[in-house]
Design a protein around this ligand. Structure first.
Ligand code: G
Ligand code: G
Ligand code: MN
Ligand code: NA
Length: 249
């Protein structure tokens, strides 16, 4: 495909990729960390969403290389901003690579970045393919000092069993469960139940897609811990994140 060809070319030099950071805040409190989101502006295709190019990279054998490049960019930002903490999206194809964890640990050590500043976000799809291997890799990540989170909870297979079997630190509730909850009693009850379920498993809860003050108030009332969404800020370049959200600007 055109995307695959352009992606292949872009990976030769890497300069077309960037990271955008969106703040995750404590409800009623301050900045906690930022989600790192991949951005690609191709000279031939223009701006391409990660929703499009990540699946292409996964299908065409380019994901591991792309992921490595994105991780380098994030490590650069962590090394230059000591008060930055990030949450980054990992493809299941990266997680299962035997070299992934040792390579990352070595790069962070070399650059003086503590793994505790990084949370690794995985979606449920990673658990469906090979639950045992994924569970092992997740355990190794936590033993190395990283935080782990289950992303987009509720949007996919959402097996509650995984929450008990696999130790995550954080659960990110998909925005489809947040939106509409302020105006629908039924949705509000479901959202509240999801937050309680997560707390039952000792997980920190992040609500995604928080867009209004009513959403925020409701989430606070329901006991949600953290929130992310356009109400607080959009994904942005590191220099904007630093001036707006970090102390070390
Ligand atoms: O902001 P947004 O359009 O960036 O993100 C769209 C989707 O792409 C999200 O589901 C997000 O999880 C995914 N995504 C963004 N950046 C990355 C990345 O670096 N790696 C992976 N695997 N997924 C990403
Ligand atoms: O990894 P994940 O699928 O959670 O990626 C987050 C996605 O949600 C990104 O595409 C990001 O740009 C998008 N996003 C972040 N905040 C909001 C919001 O308040 N509303 C909506 N509709 N999307 C958001
Ligand atoms: Mn995410
Ligand atoms: Na998500």
């Amino acid at each position: 495909s055109a995307i695959e060809q352009a992606l292949r070319a872009a990976l030769r030099d890497g300069g077309e990729f960037a990271i955008a950071y969106q703040p995750i805040i404590r409800l009623g409190g301050s900045f906690v960390r930022a989600e790192a989101l991949a951005r690609w502006v191709s000279p031939s295709l223009g701006s391409v969403s990660p929703d499009r190019f990540i699946p292409v990279a996964e299908r065409s054998g380019l994901m591991v290389e792309l992921g490595r490049h994105l991780l380098h960019l994030i490590c650069d930002d962590l090394a230059t901003h000591p008060d930055l903490r990030v949450s980054l999206n990992l493809s299941p194809l990266q997680l299962v690579m035997p070299d992934f964890l040792p390579d990352l640990v070595a790069e962070l050590a070399q650059r003086g970045v503590n793994p505790a500043r990084i949370e690794i976000e995985l979606t449920e799809s990673v658990l469906v393919r090979d639950t045992k291997l994924a569970a092992e890799r997740l355990r190794a990540l936590r033993e190395a000092g990283f935080l782990t989170s289950l992303d987009d909870f509720g949007s996919g297979y959402s097996s509650i069993g995984y929450l008990g079997q696999i130790g995550f630190d954080t659960l990110k509730i998909d925005r489809s469960f947040v939106q509409g909850a302020a105006t629908s009693l039924k949705r509000r009850k479901v959202l509240g139940a999801m937050i309680q379920l997560a707390h039952g498993f000792d997980l920190t809860v992040v609500a995604e897609g928080v867009e209004t003050g009513e959403d925020e108030r409701l989430l606070r009332d329901l006991g949600c811990d953290l929130a992310q969404g356009y109400l607080f800020d959009q994904p942005m370049p590191i220099r904007d994140l630093a001036t707006r959200w970090l102390d070390s600007a």
